[in-house]
Design a protein around this ligand. Structure first.
Ligand code: URP
Ligand code: ZN
Ligand code: ZN
Length: 456
């Protein structure tokens, strides 16, 4: 029987929480309503919250970077995802210098195909802006890639302001959108050089050489470019109060800017960098962890609906890989895991602490990313016709995050020992149960999702 009837759950959407049954036929939701009956396998979900499958629109699986490759590929990364209720990831197909966008997209299809336990889509990260790349953009849209990422920092990836402006103008023609990693490369490069010359080589020097104003300046410049191009844009992994103020200011000036933040910028601060190397290096990511006042400003952004999505920037490395920077913090591969712990953290420290509502949690994890990245209403909503991607969430009970229960291959979680409330109990991916009670029950059934234009 391919029909499933989920009975008695409370369905969460950005508009409210309501009791209703859900009828699934094959891969799709076919009905949502009170007292549904059907010849179907009936599952009692009384007392549970039901969310549209979560979307993590910022992961880096199987990424070659810093002379190594991320600990999680699409096998372990997407297992980690479904254990965290994530039914779709949007990873970054990344163009290396000299490559075409088709090369990059093909590479990422090869990395993900047959290995993914959740559905997946790709942004295109552009590192080499050339005339032939411009001509490739229509082909990207035809293949379902409608969002692009640029970096204002990292030698291998950095684009200058002119290239970002040209890209934005070009993407406007097709209804595409650009997300940007905003950090001022010139100042940070010099601060790092000066720190190393003074013998300051430890992880604690990582945040000191990437001060908050270097993010804010880059956000300001990126948004000035967007204004000049009259194009919509996204500030990804926003980490500072100052950067957030730039977003608000640009909106006042009429710029169509969307903002993404991540749990690490909401919940952790730079005091972790004082720990011994193996612990401190786990938290080395860019932008770095900030101050408590920054955490507070970003929670405020979520509370007031001034941020749009919470993603993870899952980019994991083992402690062994991090040791490449034991005597020079600039050589520590940047990034941390997060795809598995995002929802429980947002529930425990957002909803249960009254910083955001359940409805907002649903907007930030499901509906907004689906809309912003052109997957709505196939994804991100529980209604007839949508993919039956569902998270059955137990709102009660207490637990603790520990690495030994996580599926990432990096061997640690930045949230080790953190107390939690509730948890992801079951996950359906296009009508199939893929996760139940701590176990992955169906692996590698993820499919590529072609995306349309953004609509948020
Ligand atoms: O440290 C991080 N965030 N690494 C991943 C790449 C990026 O900048 O998003
Ligand atoms: Zn980035
Ligand atoms: Zn990233």
């Amino acid at each position: 029987m391919s029909k499933i009837l989920l009975k008695g759950g409370s369905i969460v959407s950005p508009r409210g929480v309501k009791r209703a049954d859900i009828l699934i036929n094959g891969e799709k939701i076919v009905a949502v309503g009170r007292n549904l009956s059907a010849e179907a396998q009936t599952v009692d979900v009384g007392g549970k919250l039901i969310f549209p499958g979560f979307i993590d629109a910022h992961t880096h699986f199987d990424l070659e970077v810093s002379d190594t490759v991320t600990a999680d590929d699409f096998d372990s990364g997407t297992k980690s995802a479904i254990a965290g209720g994530v039914t779709t990831v949007v990873d970054f197909a990344t163009q290396n210098k000299g490559e075409t966008l088709s090369d990059a997209l093909n590479n990422w299809h090869i990395k993900a195909f047959g290995k993914s336990s959740c559905d997946y889509a790709f942004h295109m990260a552009i590192s080499d802006w050339r005339e032939d790349i411009k001509n490739e953009l229509p082909a990207m849209f035809e293949q379902g890639v409608t969002s692009f990422k640029v970096y204002m920092i990292y030698d291998a990836m950095e684009l200058n302001d002119r290239a970002i402006y040209e890209l934005m103008k070009e993407l406007k023609k097709y209804g595409g959108i650009v997300g940007c990693h905003c950090e001022n490369s010139g100042i940070i490069g010099k601060l790092r050089e000066e720190a190393l010359a003074r013998g300051e080589t430890q992880p604690k020097h990582h945040p000191l050489t990437r001060p908050d104003f270097t993010e804010a300046e880059a956000v300001n410049r990126f948004l000035a470019i967007a204004k000049a191009a009259d194009a919509p844009c996204i500030v990804v992994h926003l980490s500072t109060r100052l950067g957030y103020q730039e977003v608000l200011h640009a909106r006042d000036e009429g710029v169509e800017v969307y903002a993404e933040t991540c749990p690490q910028y909401l919940l952790l601060d730079d005091s972790v960098y004082d720990a011994p190397f193996d612990t401190a290096s786990e938290y080395v990511c860019s932008p770095p962890l900030r101050k408590r006042e920054d955490n507070k400003a970003l929670w405020d952004a979520l509370k007031t609906n001034n941020a749009d999505t919470v993603s993870t920037d899952h980019c994991s490395f083992t402690v062994e890989q991090k040791r490449a920077g034991e005597s020079d913090f600039t050589k520590i591969p940047n990034g941390m895991p997060g795809v598995e712990t995002r929802a429980i953290l947002l529930y425990t420290y957002g909803v249960k602490k009254h910083r955001i509502s359940l409805q907002q949690m649903c907007a930030y994890l499901s509906e907004n990313p689906a809309r912003l990245y052109g997957m709505y209403p196939k994804k991100g909503v529980i209604k007839a016709g949508s993919d039956a991607d569902l998270v059955i969430f137990e709102p009660r009970g207490h637990g603790k995050i520990t690495a030994d229960r996580c599926h990432s291959r990096c061997g640690y979680t930045p949230f080790e020992g953190v107390k939690t409330v509730g948890g992801v109990e079951q996950v359906y991916l296009r009508g199939k149960l893929v996760y139940r009670g701590g176990e992955i029950v169906l692996e590698h059934s993820g499919k590529y999702v072609t995306r349309d234009h953004f609509d948020l």
